[in-house]
Design a protein around this ligand. Structure first.
Ligand SMILES: Nc1ncnc2c1ncn2[C@@H]1O[C@H](COP(=O)(O)OP(=O)(O)OP(=O)(O)O)[C@@H](O)[C@H]1O
Ligand SMILES: [Mg+2]
Length: 314
């Protein structure tokens, strides 16, 4: 089928270019769409998450308008794009069909003249024509390939990153008993993302077993940060946090955290039964029902739970 091949190859560059145009129009615009939809989505998510605050400030209409405005830009862009994409599509498809027409006409002539079988004509035609279009599309997608590759590098780096404090680590001491004597020894600390702002400067404090201690101070003075150091979410930049005289860094992270009960500023209930919500405090074993009830008693919520239709299973 060399004659057929020659004809198609002569129009192949055009086919390749149409493939390029079409793919470029689709992918280029899809990327831009994503950006704008992301902004609108962010407004919607924020509004839904903070609905009580928005209602209390009677800002519903304002958020609705903000969301609408975001969609307006997208709508305007889409209308504009529709014409460009449409034209590209029309141009590229028209060309493809013209090429088909020319190919088939020439193929018919070759078959009539007995220089090709119908089967051979179809094989040559499809292989070369589709091949040319695929080459065009590949050219456009080639930059995406390298982008994907560099994206994957970041992703794998993230997956392989070893956290400074690994909660799954089996290493570290697991003392049999925990007295509960705590000590901050000359602790200085800044958050890794703000190394220029020291939150704690040489905090020294010891809290003996059984004592009740309150940290009092203005908002942002570092109370929650100190508690996070006890939970070992971070390590001090200088100084030590000690449990029964042992540096927190030497203790097994899971063990350490399982010794701590915490009611945070914003307590969280997971979407499961009350019993399960209480039991997740110790996920190293299956917590028996008796212990769950005991914990509920100790927290003064047992009678409230009993008053619910399904009590602990509510
Ligand atoms: N993850 C973080 N990254 C960077 N800075 C942070 C981070 N968390 C808190 N901070 C900053 O550290 C300082 C201390 O915050 P912290 O939450 O410990 O204050 P707090 O005393 O508990 O305040 P509040 O009384 O409002 O609960 C604040 O200036 C805060 O902005
Ligand atoms: Mg706080």
């Amino acid at each position: 089928g060399w004659e057929m091949t020659l004809l198609i190859l002569s129009i192949a560059p055009v086919l390749a270019v149409t493939g390029m145009i079409e793919t470029a129009a689709m992918t280029g615009f899809a990327n831009k769409d994503k950006q704008e939809l992301k902004h609108a989505g962010k407004i919607a998510t924020e509004a839904v998450e903070n609905i009580r605050t928005i209602v209390s400030l009677t800002r519903e209409k304002a958020f609705e308008q903000m969301y609408e405005e975001m969609l307006q830009t997208q709508h305007r862009n889409t209308s504009k794009k529709a014409q460009i994409i449409g034209s590209c599509y029309a141009f590229s498809h028209a060309f493809i069909y013209f090429a088909y027409a020319a190919g088939f006409r020439f193929g018919a002539y070759l078959i009539q003249a007995g220089r090709m079988t119908p089967e051979g004509m179809f094989i040559v035609f499809t292989a070369i024509a589709y091949g040319a279009m695929a080459i065009g599309e590949t050219f456009v997608l080639a930059p995406e390939y390298s982008k994907a590759k560099s994206g994957a590098v970041h992703l794998f780096a993230l997956l392989e990153k070893k956290p400074n404090i690994d909660s799954r680590s089996q290493e570290g001491k697991k003392p049999d008993t925990c007295e509960g004597n705590l000590e901050f020894r000359e602790v200085s600390f800044f958050y890794p993302c703000r190394p220029d702002v020291f939150i704690l400067r040489g905090l020294s404090l010891s809290i003996e077993r059984g004592k009740t201690v309150a940290f009092v101070g203005s908002s942002g003075c570092g109370k929650s940060t100190s508690v996070q150091l006890l939970q070992r979410f971070y390590d001090p930049v200088q100084g030590q946090v000690l449990f029964d005289g042992v540096d927190a860094k030497e203790l097994n992270v899971q063990w350490l955290r399982s010794q701590i009960a915490i009611v945070s500023q914003e307590p969280v209930l997971f979407n499961c039964s009350i019993a399960e919500n209480i039991a997740y405090g110790d996920n190293s074993r299956v917590v028996p029902l008796d212990e769950i009830k005991e914990a509920a008693n100790a927290a003064n919520i047992h009678s409230f739970i009993e008053s619910l239709p399904e009590s602990l299973e509510s």
